[in-house]
Design a protein around this ligand. Structure first.
Ligand SMILES: [Zn+2]
Length: 389
């Protein structure tokens, strides 16, 4: 690794550590079970919220339909009133014509004075009054009917006005309801978007609980300490590599070059050893242990790495192998000292094939938060504390 790049990396790593102040912590099976309950509850709450919103949406949509029906009904009423108005107007026309005809009958058809002649041609006064009033009554009767019809037209026009006003109000209400409906729909979509993540968490923790129970853990057991304990590091036989007296081996066999040494004061420096051999060189587990992490999402720059937890003399020791170009083990696997776990590469922040070996230890039997790379970084030690030089 180049020194200039290295110093930038060190600063960025340091900043990341400050940003994620996660401490190591003993985790009991009970805590996993609580996580299951927590996520199950969260899922239930979310589903309830979604259902409540869906119900609300349904109500809004029903209301919109109801108003639409009312608008249509008002439209029909307006039309019916118009027909009645038209009918009344025709009736008035008819009555006007009728009255005219009556007058014309007496005034035009039989001459201007025929009405008077008709009236005065009465045989006696009773007959005359009768004849005069017949004409008056006929026209008066028509006037009365016409007035009534006009009153009906006026009242119908007023009703139409009111109905049109109601239509406008309902249309305005529906606009508001449509806006509310799309807002509620948006909330539902957002909540539904969170469900897969909650389900994922729930299924992860359910899986862990199942697994730990299957290996005999009870609720109060500290994972990795009281149960599911990694194989102990013991001195003795190794798959390959240069054996250290304590049961630890060097992570590559054959000749190698140390490009950057360990220099770490707790906050800055280089947290491990940079070991250069050749691209694709087999990387060995430094001791018996359990593979704790395999992947490339723990490092800001995407380096492929493996982390192994070792059970050594009453404490947990961690080894981390970075910049790999491939893996030979998977998470949860038990490995032996010297076993090939991956291959030397240049992934992540790296200018050439090398292995960055980092080691840390916890105080006593603390077990780091599973999957949290930064949770043990404050316990960084020189790999030479364990592996042979
Ligand atoms: Zn390094």
């Amino acid at each position: 690794m180049k020194k200039t790049l290295l110093s930038i990396l060190i600063i960025s790593v340091f900043v990341t550590i400050i940003a994620l102040p996660v401490d190591t912590k003993a985790i009991t099976l009970q805590e996993y079970e609580q996580k299951v309950e927590q996520y199950a509850q969260e899922l239930e709450d979310k589903n309830n919220d979604i259902n409540v919103s869906k119900k609300k949406l349904e109500e809004i949509k029903n209301k919109i339909t109801e108003y639409e029906n009312q608008i249509t009904k008002a439209e029909e009423e307006v039309n019916a009133l118009q027909e009645e108005i038209d009918r009344s107007n025709k009736e008035i026309e008819k009555k006007t014509e009728e009255s005219k005809s009556i007058i014309e009958y007496y005034q035009i058809t039989n001459g201007e004075n025929i009405y008077l002649e008709y009236a005065f041609g009465a045989t006696d006064i009773t007959d005359m009054i009768y004849r005069m009033s017949t004409v008056e009554q006929l026209t008066e009767y028509n006037d009365k009917i016409m007035n009534e019809l006009q009153a009906l037209i006026d009242s119908n026009k007023q009703k139409q006005l009111e109905l049109k006003q109601k239509q406008e109000e309902l249309t305005e209400l529906n606009k508001k309801l449509a806006a509310e409906s799309s807002k509620v729909q948006g909330n539902i979509t957002a909540m539904e978007g969170l469900v897969p993540n909650i389900k994922g968490q729930l299924s992860y923790y359910k899986g862990r609980v199942e697994y730990y129970k299957s290996v005999g853990c009870t609720s109060s057991d500290v994972i990795g300490v009281d149960c599911d304990v990694p194989k102990a590091v013991t001195s003795g036989s190794y798959a390959s590599g240069i054996a250290g007296a304590n049961g630890f081996v060097f992570p590559v066999s054959g000749s190698y070059r140390l490009s950057t040494n360990f220099y770490w004061n707790g906050s800055s420096g280089h947290k491990g050893l940079d070991i250069v051999q050749y691209c694709g060189a087999p990387i060995k587990a430094v001791a018996n242990g359990r593979v704790y992490y395999v992947g490339n999402n723990k490092d800001t720059y995407g380096a492929k790495m493996i982390m192994i937890v070792h059970n050594y003399n009453g404490r947990l020791v961690f080894s981390q192998y970075a910049h790999l170009n491939g893996y030979a083990v998977s998470e949860g696997e038990d490995v032996a000292a010297g076993q090939t776990i991956g291959y030397m590469g240049s992934t992540g922040w790296s200018s050439g094939c090398h292995l960055h070996l980092e080691m840390s230890e916890t105080k006593g039997w603390d077990y780091p938060d599973p999957g949290n790379y930064w949770s043990y970084i404050k316990y960084i030690v020189s790999p030479y504390k364990y592996i042979p030089r």
